[in-house]
Write a protein that binds this ligand. Structure first.
Ligand SMILES: [Zn+2]
Length: 494
């Protein structure tokens, strides 16, 4: 019998043959066209000086593209090392616990934000420093490209932000913003247009690490979402649902019933027919549960498409693409929602997160979470093995060791091949996101130069068009950055 892997390879192969003589989707990139990227927050350029940072990135890892974090309220891509984690061997040897705020690390023109109530979002952390103004000319001189990189992460309590916020199942406002809300739509398009017109950029990347209410109420991510806080149940989502023939009141009723089951399961109370059967009963009774999830995801896709169209209307040469959340590696529901072929027409590139090292503890966290909700009837090790099967992973560690080992380079190889197969016949570039020193808990897997080297090689072996070293330079050890550089030299890409 043909296994799934062989089938995928054959399917990909025949598609390539059919597309000849166009350049094969699996053609290895060359030194001149491989994208070697790194994510860097503004604070690193301020702390170390832009020239020095660029010098290190070029020398140690042959970086040719900078993904500069221009906007976020999160510490994942901005700010210095996360407090409590060891400081790396460069940069200010001090945490920014008291000073990190987040926001926009560039200036912006208020004229782009007339149609939104969220108008004041300049990051106060670094004074009047404008990261793009500083970095772009220096990068250009060195032949490096610059991509503005921003994410869907906000804080509560910012002036004018309440009108953009999602509404939780409980009825309270969420910290997250709603893609169907015209105030948020206007803000997103405003910031993208501002950067596209105001700076000599090479592209813009945006990321949203969120999912809809169905996946969230089941706890299906590595963050153990709280069932009462799932989103979105705002007036704009209700209106969009009605326009699509979905009854929002039925959806909300279904979620309230599912919420009771999940809360009881989390406390160890088993529904009489088991948690899994109970979920199916509710899905059959309330098909709106799934319709609501699709509504959320289609709203995200609409946001991406409108960003793409806006940026291209300003300058068609700007590359536009998306960061794909790590939950894609754990939750099969979320993975089903990431249809790369469907996204390709409005995606010049995809950064698919394949953070090999922190994946270990995150997968354990995910299994523990769904293992106490809809899979509460299944022992955790069996549940992990089930996920390895359905996600098509190879010989990864068991629940007892996975946090300490992380995932192997084979995970990056398989995920790259899978994404590449999904993109056959499209123009979309695939740039796997590689984990360099993403924080993990004490005693859990940590990056090494050898491990970093192995995953970079695995990504290119799997057909990647480049790699994006992640999450931020300010948490990376230079020895691990050099591990990536060594792989690139061996692959003749540096
Ligand atoms: Zn909404």
């Amino acid at each position: 019998m043909m296994d799934r892997r062989t089938f995928l390879e054959m399917a990909a192969g025949s598609a390539i043959a059919a597309a000849a003589p166009a350049r094969s989707a699996f053609a290895s990139p060359t030194k001149s066209d491989a994208m070697i990227g790194i994510q860097i927050g503004a604070v690193s350029f301020v702390d170390e000086g832009a020239e020095k940072v660029l010098e290190i990135c070029q020398q140690d890892a042959s970086v040719n593209t900078l993904f500069v974090a221009t906007f976020t309220y999160g510490r994942g891509i901005a700010g210095r090392q996360v407090p409590g984690q060891p400081l790396p061997d460069h940069g200010a040897q001090q945490y920014d616990t008291g000073t990190f705020r987040g926001g926009s690390y560039t200036q912006y023109d208020p004229k782009y934000f007339t149609n939104t109530t969220f108008k004041e979002f300049r990051a106060p952390d670094l004074g009047s420093y404008d990261v793009l103004e500083d970095v772009i000319p220096k990068a250009k001189k060195r032949g490096m490209k610059t991509i503005a990189w921003f994410e869907d992460v906000f804080s509560s309590g910012l002036p004018g932000i309440e009108k953009l916020q999602e509404v939780e199942l409980s009825g309270k406002n969420a910290t997250t913003l709603c893609f169907n809300n015209p105030n948020y739509q206007a803000w997103m398009l405003g910031i993208a247009e501002n950067w596209a017109r105001g700076y000599e950029l090479d592209g813009i990347m945006w990321g949203s690490e969120r999912q809809g209410a169905f996946s969230n109420i089941l706890g299906a991510s590595h963050g153990h979402p709280n069932p009462e806080r799932v989103t979105c149940f705002c007036q704009y989502c209700f209106a969009r649902a009605r326009s699509m023939g979905i009854n929002p009141d039925r959806a909300k009723q279904g979620f309230l019933e599912l919420e009771r089951v999940v809360i009881a399961s989390r406390k160890g109370t088993k529904p009489k027919d088991g948690a899994y059967v109970e979920l199916w009963r509710l899905m059959l009774r309330y098909p709106e549960l799934l319709a609501w999830e699709s509504l959320w995801t289609s709203s995200l896709r609409a946001a991406q498409k409108s960003l793409y169209d806006k940026i291209k209307s300003v300058n068609p040469k700007l590359g536009v693409g998306w960061h794909i959340w790590h939950n894609n590696s754990f939750n099969p529901i979320y993975r089903a929602e990431q249809d790369y072929a469907e996204m390709a027409p409005y995606s010049d590139f995809l950064k698919v997160v394949m953070y090999q090292n922190c994946a270990g503890e995150r997968m354990v966290d995910y299994v523990n979470s769904v293992g106490s909700t809809y899979f509460a009837d299944v022992p955790k090790q069996e549940l992990l093995e089930f996920h390895y099967r359905v996600l098509d992973y190879g010989n990864e560690a068991g629940m007892d060791r996975l946090s300490e080992t992380g995932f192997s380079a084979d995970y990056v190889l398989r995920e790259t091949k899978r994404a590449k197969a999904d993109l056959v016949g499209t123009q979309t570039k695939l740039w796997p996101g590689i984990d360099i020193d993403i924080p993990t808990e004490a005693g859990h897997a940590r990056c090494t130069p050898e491990g970093t080297k192995a995953v970079v090689k695995a990504a290119f072996e799997g057909g990647a068009d480049g790699v994006l070293l992640s999450r931020k330079y300010s948490e990376m050890k230079l020895a691990n950055l050099r591990g990536a550089g060594e792989a690139l030299k061996e692959l003749h890409l540096a």
